[in-house]
Design a protein around this ligand. Structure first.
Ligand code: ATP
Ligand code: MG
Length: 243
């Protein structure tokens, strides 16, 4: 059977932008995120990151893009329970081609991230011993270990109570506001979506509407010191996927 999960979806995300994707269950939100993050391959359509059509890359280079340019955060955290919190955070650095792999660099960076996210005291624990909110913070730290240009989050607050979910969202917001991290977040929470820069409403595999919450110029003013705040980072054209 052929299922067209996305059809004619086309949009751009600017460097430093925080975009939310909302829409009913089964509308194609996860499919869209997985395509942007090259976890899935589109049957037709293209994804550009930093001007590079990522599906023209060979598998090695594509994994490199996934590992270096993109950080993923999932609803169910996807942490490895037989590893400690710190090992989970450092794990993506293992695949890094940089000479610093497995080095004290990634060690130090993991600790810094855990500290920034307020869970440095959990470093030696196993993820299963942590609360949902703490596990999601570990997942955020893991997503950031290779200093990605783009963070993709699929319902990162979906398994959390509203207070904890809000706290996790505030962390993502802080990454966007303070560090200029580009974030695309799928959420069912319209209140949180309203606090991002822009929401894309997906329905039946199409973009139904787009709502700007913050004008790009406000964002540009805030990032006026960065050299290329206005440069496109991601654009996706005509992504149809047959499953
Ligand atoms: N592996 C698959 N095989 C067949 N159909 C699939 C597969 N994955 C997704 N689909 C279908 O593609 C469509 C979009 O699914 P997707 O998971 O992207 O939705 P979603 O918007 O993320 O939903 P939710 O809010 O429930 O997570 C749905 O009709 C779904 O049934
Ligand atoms: Mg989904």
């Amino acid at each position: 059977m052929e299922v067209v999960a996305l059809d004619g979806v086309s949009f751009e995300v600017k460097r430093g932008e925080f975009v939310s994707i909302v829409g009913p269950s089964g509308s194609g939100k996860s499919t869209l995120l997985n395509l942007i993050g090259a976890l899935d391959r589109p049957t037709s359509g293209k994804v550009f990151i930093n001007g590079q059509d990522i599906f023209l890359l060979d598998d090695t280079r594509l994994s490199d893009v996934r590992n270096h340019l993109i950080g993923f955060i999932f609803q169910s955290y996807n942490l490895v329970n037989r590893m400690s919190v710190q090992e989970n955070v450092e794990f993506p650095a293992v695949f890094s081609e940089r000479p610093s792999s497995f080095s004290s660099d990634s060690h130090t960076r993991a600790l810094k991230l855990l500290e920034m996210l307020g869970i440095k005291d959990k470093t030696k624990q196993k993820p299963a011993d942590l609360s949902g909110g703490e596990q999601q913070r570990v997942a955020i730290a893991r997503a950031l270990i290779n200093d990605p240009a783009l963070v993709l989050a699929d319902e990162p607050t979906g398994n959390l109570d509203s207070k904890t979910g809000r706290e996790v969202f505030e962390l993502l917001k802080m990454l966007s506001d303070s560090f200029g991290t580009t974030i695309v977040m799928v959420t069912h929470n319209l209140e949180l979506a309203g606090m991002t820069d822009r929401s894309l409403y997906i329905s039946d595999g199409r973009i139904e509407k787009e709502i700007m919450h913050k004008t790009t110029s406000e964002k540009e003013v805030r990032f006026a010191t960065t050299d290329d705040a206005n440069k496109d980072i991601t654009s996706q054209e005509k992504s149809g996927q047959k499953i």
